[in-house]
Design a protein around this ligand. Structure first.
Ligand code: FAD
Length: 309
């Protein structure tokens, strides 16, 4: 039988959104458990973060995650390491289920981030299981040394991935459906200056074929099939909120934008959110302050929040 753990706040996820909420709640002496399979979240994919105040020269995603891990340790955030299988509401409370524990809480902060969108083309799953196709850069970069790489996508993430892998990979082709990049101009310009990155426009992925250890992406331009031979494909065609853990009732409320008291969606999982670290952190802080305010009211202080710095 699963261990039953009671806490005031359950925070699901270990990315910037959840960590911000957790740090602020710990400082307020509010009881919590952070349940996550990692600390740092998806920013470890980033080549260079240049829009975070406090890092005048920018910082790589990898180095930034090291700082987050340090702050997590220093803040003494109580963590349950594991994968959450389900979050559901039970009367006034929430139940967060992992394989081993059942965490019962008064509030729940959901910071599960986003998941990559798949291409849904023939042999995609098989190529993924054979380690020829990836969705996350931090995994792909262990498999690209001296190899040819196709990155499918035309946005910030696709161009950031290309800049990240250019030293390791032999050659990178960015394959995009549209005629021009949808990323920020600074990234497009950097990519255009690289000798080992080319951009193929107006091409949509058709299907994948295997040829020994390599793969062929048969891409389509108008009605013409263009076979593109490569070692690795990295898919960067978009991401969507990671809401797989929500019970059917909570999922319905999320989809309909219905307010469920005491559940807070923070960061990339929030419907319609712009996916940026500072926004995720703002959401996390906001959720924490709302919880502090409610807790203070319940303590009889009639809505006067504690003074917190
Ligand atoms: C290539 C790339 C470059 C980027 N560059 C920038 C940039 O330059 N500047 C910027 O501001 N933003 C950038 N971003 C966006 C940034 O990474 C996100 O906005 C940010 O990470 C969102 O934080 P989050 O806490 O909401 O989610 P995430 O960072 O995605 O964290 C989600 C957390 O939830 C955990 N989790 C998920 N499901 C479960 C589960 N079932 N059980 C337990 N734990 C779970 C995960 O392990 C993870 O710890 C970039 C993103 C990418 C992919």
């Amino acid at each position: 039988m699963a261990d039953e753990i009671y806490t005031d706040v359950a925070i699901v996820g270990g990315g910037p959104a959840s960590l911000t909420a957790a740090i602020q709640l710990v400082r307020n002496g509010i009881e919590l458990k952070l349940i996550s399979d990692d600390i740092g979240g998806k920013i470890k994919n980033a080549n260079l973060i240049e829009n975070l105040v406090g890092f005048p020269k920018g910082i790589s995603g990898e180095d930034y995650v090291k700082i987050l891990k340090q702050q997590f340790t220093n803040s003494k955030i109580p963590m349950i390491k594991g994968i959450v299988e389900e979050i559901k509401q039970f009367r006034e409370r929430f139940i967060v289920k992992t394989a081993k524990q059942k965490i019962v809480s008064n509030h729940v902060v959901v910071g599960t981030g986003s998941i990559p969108i798949k291409m849904n083309i023939e042999n995609e799953e098989e190529a993924h299981s054979k380690k020829n196709l990836f969705y996350e850069n931090y995994i792909a970069r262990n498999h690209v040394k001296g190899k040819t790489v196709i990155i499918v996508g035309s946005g910030d993430v696709a161009y950031d991935y290309a800049m990240n892998l250019k030293e390791k990979a032999n050659h990178i082709s960015i394959v995009q459906r549209s005629g021009k990049a949808r990323c920020i101009p600074i990234l497009r310009d950097r990519v255009s200056r690289q000798t080992n990155i080319s951009v193929l426009t107006n091409i949509g992925p058709g299907k994948i074929k295997f040829e020994g250890k390599r793969i062929i992406l048969s891409a389509k331009r108008d009605e013409r099939i263009i076979p593109l031979m490569t070692d690795v494909i990295l898919v960067a065609i978009g991401r969507e909120p990671n809401i797989r853990v929500l019970s059917p009732e909570l999922l319905e409320a999320y989809e309909k934008d219905e307010d469920v008291p005491n559940i807070y969606y923070v960061g990339d999982v929030k419907k319609g959110n712009f996916r940026q670290v500072s926004i995720a952190m703002g959401d996390g802080m906001n959720a924490a302050m709302e919880i502090v305010k409610k807790t203070t009211e319940e303590e009889g202080n009639y809505g006067i929040t504690r003074e917190v710095w």
